[in-house]
Design a protein around this ligand. Sequence first.
Ligand SMILES: [Zn+2]
Length: 178
Amino acid sequence: MERRHGAYGVLRKGKPGKRRRQRVCAWCKDEERPVQTSDLCGSCYRFKLNLGKADAALRQARSAGATKDRIREFEWKLFYRKRLVELAKLEGDSYGDVDTKEIDGLWLELEFRRLTKRLFKKEIFVGHSNAFDWDFTLAQRRTIFGYLARMQRIFLRRHRAAFARRTAELSSGWQSML
Ligand SMILES: [Zn+2]
Protein backbone atom coordinates (compact mmCIF):
# COMPACT_ATOMS: atom_id res chain seq x y z
CA MET A 1 0.00 0.00 0.00
CA GLU A 2 1.30 3.42 -0.89
CA ARG A 3 2.21 5.61 2.04
CA ARG A 4 1.12 9.20 1.84
CA HIS A 5 3.80 11.76 2.44
CA GLY A 6 1.74 14.91 2.50
CA ALA A 7 -0.47 16.49 -0.05
CA TYR A 8 2.10 17.76 -2.48
CA GLY A 9 3.92 14.61 -3.28
CA VAL A 10 7.44 15.99 -3.56
CA LEU A 11 8.62 13.49 -0.95
CA ARG A 12 7.16 10.55 -2.83
CA LYS A 13 9.41 8.18 -4.71
CA GLY A 14 9.83 8.47 -8.46
CA LYS A 15 10.47 11.33 -10.79
CA PRO A 16 8.42 14.38 -9.89
CA GLY A 17 7.27 14.84 -13.48
CA LYS A 18 5.97 11.28 -13.61
CA ARG A 19 3.60 11.75 -10.71
CA ARG A 20 0.06 11.29 -11.82
CA ARG A 21 -1.84 14.44 -10.95
CA GLN A 22 -5.03 13.77 -9.12
CA ARG A 23 -8.14 15.68 -10.03
CA VAL A 24 -8.57 18.71 -7.85
CA CYS A 25 -11.49 21.06 -7.33
CA ALA A 26 -11.59 23.68 -10.10
CA TRP A 27 -12.19 26.50 -7.64
CA CYS A 28 -10.34 25.95 -4.34
CA LYS A 29 -7.79 23.49 -5.88
CA ASP A 30 -7.43 21.74 -2.54
CA GLU A 31 -5.81 18.32 -2.94
CA GLU A 32 -7.22 17.29 0.43
CA ARG A 33 -10.80 17.62 -0.76
CA PRO A 34 -12.14 15.03 -3.18
CA VAL A 35 -13.83 16.27 -6.34
CA GLN A 36 -17.49 15.37 -6.21
CA THR A 37 -19.70 17.09 -8.75
CA SER A 38 -19.08 19.37 -11.74
CA ASP A 39 -15.30 19.40 -11.11
CA LEU A 40 -15.90 20.88 -7.66
CA CYS A 41 -15.39 19.63 -4.12
CA GLY A 42 -18.43 19.29 -1.88
CA SER A 43 -17.88 22.66 -0.25
CA CYS A 44 -17.45 24.63 -3.49
CA TYR A 45 -20.38 22.81 -5.04
CA ARG A 46 -22.57 23.98 -2.17
CA PHE A 47 -21.39 27.56 -2.80
CA LYS A 48 -22.36 27.14 -6.44
CA LEU A 49 -25.81 25.79 -5.57
CA ASN A 50 -26.44 28.53 -3.03
CA LEU A 51 -25.39 31.17 -5.55
CA GLY A 52 -27.88 29.76 -8.06
CA LYS A 53 -30.61 29.75 -5.41
CA ALA A 54 -29.89 33.36 -4.40
CA ASP A 55 -30.01 34.39 -8.06
CA ALA A 56 -33.33 32.61 -8.61
CA ALA A 57 -34.81 34.08 -5.42
CA LEU A 58 -33.92 37.61 -6.53
CA ARG A 59 -35.45 37.10 -9.97
CA GLN A 60 -38.59 35.73 -8.42
CA ALA A 61 -38.88 38.60 -5.95
CA ARG A 62 -38.46 41.11 -8.78
CA SER A 63 -41.02 39.48 -11.03
CA ALA A 64 -43.46 39.10 -8.12
CA GLY A 65 -43.21 42.84 -7.48
CA ALA A 66 -41.75 42.55 -3.97
CA THR A 67 -41.13 45.71 -1.95
CA LYS A 68 -37.94 47.67 -2.43
CA ASP A 69 -36.63 46.60 0.97
CA ARG A 70 -37.34 42.95 0.29
CA ILE A 71 -35.57 43.14 -3.08
CA ARG A 72 -32.64 44.83 -1.41
CA GLU A 73 -32.41 41.93 1.02
CA PHE A 74 -32.28 39.43 -1.86
CA GLU A 75 -29.70 41.56 -3.67
CA TRP A 76 -27.56 41.63 -0.58
CA LYS A 77 -27.79 37.83 -0.25
CA LEU A 78 -26.77 37.38 -3.89
CA PHE A 79 -23.82 39.71 -3.47
CA TYR A 80 -22.71 37.83 -0.35
CA ARG A 81 -22.98 34.46 -2.13
CA LYS A 82 -20.91 35.83 -5.01
CA ARG A 83 -18.23 36.96 -2.58
CA LEU A 84 -18.08 33.46 -1.09
CA VAL A 85 -17.48 31.97 -4.54
CA GLU A 86 -14.82 34.59 -5.31
CA LEU A 87 -13.06 33.81 -2.03
CA ALA A 88 -13.05 30.08 -2.79
CA LYS A 89 -11.48 30.80 -6.20
CA LEU A 90 -8.99 33.20 -4.65
CA GLU A 91 -7.98 30.47 -2.21
CA GLY A 92 -7.33 28.21 -5.21
CA ASP A 93 -5.21 30.87 -6.95
CA SER A 94 -3.17 31.49 -3.81
CA TYR A 95 -2.70 27.96 -2.53
CA GLY A 96 -3.47 25.59 -5.40
CA ASP A 97 -1.07 24.16 -8.02
CA VAL A 98 1.82 24.20 -5.53
CA ASP A 99 3.80 21.79 -7.73
CA THR A 100 3.99 24.39 -10.50
CA LYS A 101 4.66 27.49 -8.40
CA GLU A 102 8.18 28.92 -8.43
CA ILE A 103 8.37 29.35 -4.66
CA ASP A 104 11.42 31.47 -3.83
CA GLY A 105 12.71 32.62 -0.45
CA LEU A 106 10.83 35.91 -0.50
CA TRP A 107 7.54 34.20 -1.27
CA LEU A 108 8.11 31.80 1.62
CA GLU A 109 9.05 34.63 3.97
CA LEU A 110 5.90 36.58 3.07
CA GLU A 111 3.76 33.49 3.59
CA PHE A 112 5.31 32.84 7.00
CA ARG A 113 4.77 36.47 7.96
CA ARG A 114 1.15 36.44 6.79
CA LEU A 115 0.37 33.20 8.63
CA THR A 116 2.05 34.14 11.92
CA LYS A 117 0.37 37.54 11.81
CA ARG A 118 -3.00 35.89 11.37
CA LEU A 119 -2.47 33.25 14.02
CA PHE A 120 -0.28 34.97 16.61
CA LYS A 121 -0.63 38.68 15.72
CA LYS A 122 3.12 38.65 15.24
CA GLU A 123 5.25 38.54 12.11
CA ILE A 124 8.09 36.09 12.38
CA PHE A 125 10.80 35.04 9.90
CA VAL A 126 11.17 38.66 8.79
CA GLY A 127 14.36 39.01 6.72
CA HIS A 128 14.82 35.26 6.26
CA SER A 129 14.22 35.14 2.52
CA ASN A 130 17.89 34.58 1.67
CA ALA A 131 18.16 31.79 4.21
CA PHE A 132 15.15 30.06 2.62
CA ASP A 133 16.82 30.40 -0.78
CA TRP A 134 20.20 29.14 0.38
CA ASP A 135 19.12 26.37 2.73
CA PHE A 136 16.37 24.74 0.74
CA THR A 137 15.89 23.44 -2.77
CA LEU A 138 12.84 24.45 -4.81
CA ALA A 139 11.23 21.09 -4.05
CA GLN A 140 11.75 21.63 -0.33
CA ARG A 141 10.42 25.20 -0.51
CA ARG A 142 7.32 23.87 -2.25
CA THR A 143 6.84 21.29 0.49
CA ILE A 144 7.13 23.98 3.18
CA PHE A 145 4.76 26.24 1.24
CA GLY A 146 2.35 23.31 0.95
CA TYR A 147 2.19 22.94 4.71
CA LEU A 148 1.74 26.69 5.19
CA ALA A 149 -0.99 26.61 2.57
CA ARG A 150 -2.86 23.93 4.48
CA MET A 151 -2.78 26.06 7.62
CA GLN A 152 -3.86 29.15 5.67
CA ARG A 153 -6.78 27.24 4.18
CA ILE A 154 -8.01 26.23 7.64
CA PHE A 155 -7.82 29.85 8.78
CA LEU A 156 -9.45 31.21 5.63
CA ARG A 157 -12.31 28.75 5.79
CA ARG A 158 -13.01 29.47 9.40
CA HIS A 159 -13.25 33.17 8.60
CA ARG A 160 -14.63 33.04 5.08
CA ALA A 161 -18.20 34.01 5.92
CA ALA A 162 -16.97 36.95 8.01
CA PHE A 163 -14.57 38.04 5.22
CA ALA A 164 -17.39 37.90 2.67
CA ARG A 165 -19.69 39.92 4.90
CA ARG A 166 -17.04 42.48 5.75
CA THR A 167 -15.81 43.02 2.19
CA ALA A 168 -19.41 43.26 1.05
CA GLU A 169 -20.08 45.90 3.67
CA LEU A 170 -16.94 47.80 2.75
CA SER A 171 -17.76 47.87 -0.95
CA SER A 172 -19.70 50.99 -1.56
CA GLY A 173 -22.14 50.63 -4.41
CA TRP A 174 -22.16 46.85 -4.07
CA GLN A 175 -25.44 46.69 -5.98
CA SER A 176 -23.70 47.87 -9.14
CA MET A 177 -21.45 44.81 -8.90
CA LEU A 178 -24.30 42.33 -9.21
ZN1 LIG B 1 -13.34 23.35 -3.78
